[in-house]
Design a protein around this ligand. Sequence first.
Ligand code: S6P
Ligand code: ZN
Length: 195
Amino acid sequence: MIKFDTAAFFLDQRLIPEVPTTARHLSDLRGIFADTNAYESVIIHDNPLIYQVASVEPADGDGQLHYGLGMLLPGRIGDEYYMTKGHFHAYRPAAEIYVTLRGEGVMLLEDESGVSRLSPMHTNTIVYVPGHTAHRTINTGAEPLMYLGIYPANAGHDYASIAATNFRSVVIAVNGQPTLIPRVDYLTQFNGTGS
Ligand code: S6P
Ligand code: ZN
């Protein structure tokens, strides 16, 4: 049992709830991992927790902020690391700040024209997610990746738009290093050859 450690996080006198508001298991991430054989070989006997989020929504309306404490577990499916579903904000101009509290990872960012880039996530660093940008959190380390995401109250989630392509790039382990490559290249050349 992995502890969802919220005890240290008081913000504006509000304790982030100890009970996560979202928990996604491997079965919730069907279609996300590129190596479908690797996915099926795990899901047939196990359905591990991949990540959970405790979201806090103090108030709605113009100028308000929501925030969420995320915990993304370490692990891999095939050559890919455990990752979040990823989304655009339903209100496209809404930006977001991610503060990494613990662990090692990368944020995969993809703009509306399909251009991708990675932003590193290390303890005590910030990733700025601009508006109009799909974002997926990826744990490349050996420990749980803990992060705080802070976003406008009206941001919302649009999962469907980016699910259509499932991001145009993948992050895979090549010689143990996280590497960004076009999904099409992974599917045609790299599938099953990473390490
Ligand atoms: C919300 C923010 C995070 C994510 C969380 C889970 O705007 O970006 O709280 O919701 O990291 O990711 P996902 O893609 O499953 O919502
Ligand atoms: Zn977001």
